[in-house]
Design a protein around this ligand. Structure first.
Ligand SMILES: Cc1cc2nc3c(=O)[nH]c(=O)nc-3n(C[C@H](O)[C@H](O)[C@H](O)COP(=O)(O)OP(=O)(O)OC[C@H]3O[C@@H](n4cnc5c(N)ncnc54)[C@H](O)[C@@H]3O)c2cc1C
Length: 519
């Protein structure tokens, strides 16, 4: 007799909990009698972390699969469009120092690599501007689509900036009203185990035991199941990624018509960087820094100075900052017995490149698609899940570290220490050595679904001034002609897009007034 999996219990109702609940409930028809039973319990006393406002384009698919209307989501979660990140002051720290990591692939990327041609044929444009039109859209404050583009479809690939608190509430309403998720608002106080070490149930303060076959730990930094109960070791990455503290602020616009940036602005500071995310009604701005290289007072001064540039000193000084400690790292394994950690309970590195929510989406997707039909199949699925996500965490660590190791900044030990070879993972050192002689390409990575593909590495490397040694670049006449055509085509598309697309603010206003066409 096998032990069928008929019920999933999610502990925690932050973004991770509700994304996971919605993904599983939608796929496994939890709103029908025959569907998988999905329950979520969240504490009435512990609020979700309330940050995490930058996302990846994957969010469009995640929401669509849950049956959510994009128009409703944009209206209710204070959403802005995000078309990538602008990194200012990461290379020299000068006022004119910036580069883009857009979300659109280089022109013709599926058919050839433009980097060798761009590097060798005297270019007057940055890599991202030469090969992709999205930098121009961002610099002009334009939206990635128009009101006539159907829901979730793009003219230029895009993600979202969103209000994290509103997003959890929005997902909760959808999960409860449309997807058949059972809900308990109570504190989990105890774990009840089976003889084999599996979790049989979680006990709550007032609502009794909640039994299940699979438990998902979405309790954030509390790590109630994966850490407190199973004591799965935490792999500390503070020797590679130094940021360990955040100060977060909410900054009002000066007027209702202020432009809304359609990209995340990440500005390098003496000992960290500042994120600046444009929502419809306010900006989310925060400073992440290394407490080994600066202190809270100096970080707060830097954040106030940054905000004062846009709203004036008097208003900047009125704002309050919320401090959030960060311990960069992740669990040794994410799936232990019949328990999987998703979200901050699984780990967190730093907000750079918004890699946390995309990992939540990928985890929820894999759990849902690989949902074991019986307990007997679970250990094999758990092993694969752990291998897949360990690979993803390692690749993300490499990619985040890449942003720090090509800096020329020497104004603070933060930047100097980041370039110390001893702090760079071997896997990244190996790739950097390879890329001295050849340009990054898909063969450099082994997963079918990389979180950051070769194109992302190209944008950061060449944006930061990295050079592959020219002596090793050989281009056939066909490759040269192909690249020339792609660069010309990109020029043409850029001019067309800039003349046609509305401003980010104008499109968001239209979504409020009329909504997108439903797919
Ligand atoms: C400074 C900062 C900036 C960030 N920026 C980004 C970004 O731009 N993009 C991005 O992708 N990610 C970002 N992140 C990460 C992002 O915030 C999280 O991945 C996301 O919010 C998911 O959090 P969570 O749901 O795992 O945890 P939380 O939001 O902390 O939710 C935890 C839940 O567990 C519940 N809980 C805890 N204990 C119990 C208990 N005993 N019983 C019952 N329930 C319990 C709580 O009630 C709560 O509902 C950022 C993180 C930080 C710290």
């Amino acid at each position: 007799m096998t032990q069928p999996i008929t019920s999933v219990v999610i502990v925690g109702g932050g973004t991770a909990g509700w994304i996971t609940a919605g993904t599983i409930a939608a796929q496994h028809q939890s709103n029908t009698d025959a569907g998988l039973r999905v329950s979520l319990v969240e504490s009435p006393d512990i609020k979700p972390i309330g940050v995490g406002e930058g996302t990846w384009p994957t969010m469009r698919t995640t929401l669509r699969k849950m049956g959510i209307s994009e128009t409703d989501f944009i209206r209710e979660c204070d959403v802005g469009f995000k078309q990538g990140a602008k990194f200012a002051k990461w290379v020299t720290g000068a006022d004119d120092d910036f580069y883009y990591h857009p979300l659109v692939l280089p022109q013709g990327f599926m058919h050839g690599n433009l980097a060798p041609y761009w590097q060798t044929n005297g270019h007057d444009k940055s890599f991202s501007a030469a090969v992709c039109y999205q930098e121009a859209l961002c610099e002009n404050g334009l939206a990635p689509k128009s009101i006539a583009t159907p829901e979730y479809e793009a003219v230029a690939n895009y993600a979202y900036h969103l209000n994290a608190g509103k997003f959890s509430e929005f997902l909760k309403k959808h999960c409860l009203e449309k997807l058949g998720v059972n809900y308990t608002c109570d504190n989990v106080t105890r774990v009840i185990s089976k003889d084999n070490g599996d979790i049989a149930a979680v006990d709550t303060q007032a609502s009794g035991e909640i039994k299940g076959d699979l438990f998902i730990d979405c309790t954030g930094f509390h790590g109630l199941l994966i850490d407190k109960h199973y004591q799965v070791p935490f792999i500390d990455k503070s020797d590679v990624l130094f940021v360990d503290s955040a100060l977060a602020a909410q900054v009002p616009y000066s007027s209702e018509d202020d432009p809304i940036a359609s990209h995340t602005i990440s500005t390098g500071q003496a000992a960290g960087w500042i994120w600046d995310i444009g929502l419809q009604s306010r900006r989310g701005v925060g400073h992440v820094y290394s407490s080994r290289h600066t202190d809270e007072e100096r970080a707060a001064e830097a954040l106030t100075r940054y905000i004062a540039q846009s709203v004036g000193e008097a208003r900047a000084k009125e704002l309050s900052f919320r401090k959030i400690p960060i311990r960069p790292g992740h669990r040794q394994v994410f799936w232990q017995n019949n328990c999987v950690a998703v979200g901050l309970s699984a780990g967190f590195l730093e907000p750079l490149e918004a890699s946390a929510l995309v990992l939540v989406e990928l985890s929820a997707e894999m759990i849902s698609e690989q949902m074991p039909t019986c307990r007997e199949a679970m250990d094999t699925i758990a092993k694969r899940f752990n291998q897949t996500f360990r690979y993803r965490w390692d690749r993300i660590i490499d990619f985040l570290k890449l942003h720090y190791i090509l800096t020329q900044r020497t104004d603070n030990d933060f930047w100097i220490d980041n370039c110390d070879p001893d702090t760079i993972p071997d896997s990244l050192n190996e790739l950097m050595a390879l890329w001295r002689y050849q340009h990054p390409w898909d063969h450099d990575f082994t997963s079918r679904r990389e979180v950051f593909p070769a194109a992302s590495y190209q944008y950061v490397l060449y944006g930061m001034g990295f050079k592959t040694e020219s002596d090793h670049i050989r281009l056939t006449p066909q490759e040269r002609a192909f690249a020339q055509r792609q660069l010309q085509e990109n020029d043409r598309i850029t001019r067309m897009m800039v003349s046609k697309l509305p401003s980010n603010r104008a499109l968001l206003n239209k979504v409020h007034d009329y909504g997108f066409q439903k797919l």
